[in-house]
Design a protein around this ligand. Sequence first.
Ligand SMILES: [Zn+2]
Length: 385
Amino acid sequence: MTSVFDNLVGQDHIIDILRSAVTASRTGAESQEMTHAWVFTGPPGSGRSSAAVAFAQALVCPNQGCGACNECQSAATGVHPDVEDIRTEGLSIKVEEIRELLTRVAWAPSMGGWRVVVMEDADRLTESAANALLKAIEEPGTRTVWLLCAPTLHDVLPTIRSRCRHLHLRTPSLEAVTNVLINRDHIAPGMADFAARISQRHIGRAKYLATNETVRSNRKTIMQLPLQLASLAAAFQAAQTLVDLATAEANASSEERDEKEIEKLQEAYGKGATGRAMATGAAKAVKELQKEQKSRETRMVRDSIDGALLDLTTFFRDVMLVQAGNQDALINTDLRDQVQNFAISTTPHSILNKISAIMQARIDLGHSAAPLITCEALMCQLARK
Ligand SMILES: [Zn+2]
């Protein structure tokens, strides 16, 4: 029989725990196996939110997570009345959002089992939002199960994490990711191996790369940048290219969505309504939405630049491997010649400096440094011998 847990690649160590929790949950009471607060951590791409959603499905499914029934499908698509999937598009989750959520989940579950809240970015809770959430998690005897996802335990408030059961997901093996792409997504073996490698075993990213030619070609352009830093002017040009490509990638997905959201909101207020109160209300709501969209756009551009910088790091990592005499574990197998030439013309010490310069740029961007200036400063550092 198929199960929602089949899709969790390389996570056998937690699947057993989740399965026995689901079995124990049938009694309707808390037990050693089944507790009401969980935190899922793991590196990007390990599938922490997929694991949490699968668990949510299994908790509301009459067949313990068959993946096929109404309950399973509506839980996965976010329309199940007892399953809330909270993901933020903004930079943070605010206390108002948590308060509103708490009112919604105060009701008893409609189907009689558990009410499940999946919070995909628990690391983005503001401090006051986290405290509001803490009160709810502390409350005994409720029928609500909290599934929080975050990169590491340190990203969750200590008071919250001490009340949660912790599950850590691993990065799946290269072979496991390649096989999923071949078997599940019907991608040709050569492409599957390439995508699994360059995405550094990030399943979602690997699929995106394998099925999207523009993304592959943009990445190729970015990976050529370290080879084109012969002058200061070239370094500035490289920074501009990187920011432009990252912005284009972020915008491609957001423009259409932004328009749809505004349209939907106007419809909700009755488009073309003439009443003054109605018009003011709609205008205010649209303005509010546009502000949110702007903050999402900023985050997406930053995430996209961060992804490009991580890609660049793999180039220098490969160079260092070659300098150490190891040719077998290259990530960028398509750039083998360029990596080898680079390895000959530089020292390991200089490569280490370049990698730490990239890491510093990522930290600066995380603290809201201006993207273009940060990338210009970085490229100038990378241009040094
Ligand atoms: Zn089911």
